[in-house]
Write a new protein. Structure first.
Length: 84
């Protein structure tokens, strides 16, 4: 046993590793939002018509919602990366 660890395996500073240390409030919030988004997407499975500038495309609504979610996430990640 070294000076940096106690008998229970935690570090002297009191920080815990593993899953408990990885679950921050921000990560829990993002996980809940992702689950809610997936529930919303998979509840809307009917076919819909979407106009993409000129052509009219028929596709499942969940696919359109998922595509918009991915595009929104990419834009968010891009702008958050530029902020740093």
């Amino acid at each position: 046993m070294t000076a940096k660890t106690s008998e229970k395996g935690t570090r002297a500073g009191g920080k815990r590793g593993g899953l408990a240390g990885a679950m921050t409030p921000a990560r829990i919030t993002m996980l809940v939002l992702a689950v809610l988004a997936l529930i919303f997407i998979f509840e809307n499975t009917r076919e819909t018509e979407i106009r993409l500038l000129v052509p009219l495309v028929t596709m499942p609504l969940w696919l359109a919602l998922l595509a918009m979610g991915v595009i929104g996430a990419l834009f968010g990640a891009y702008f958050m990366g530029r902020r740093r």
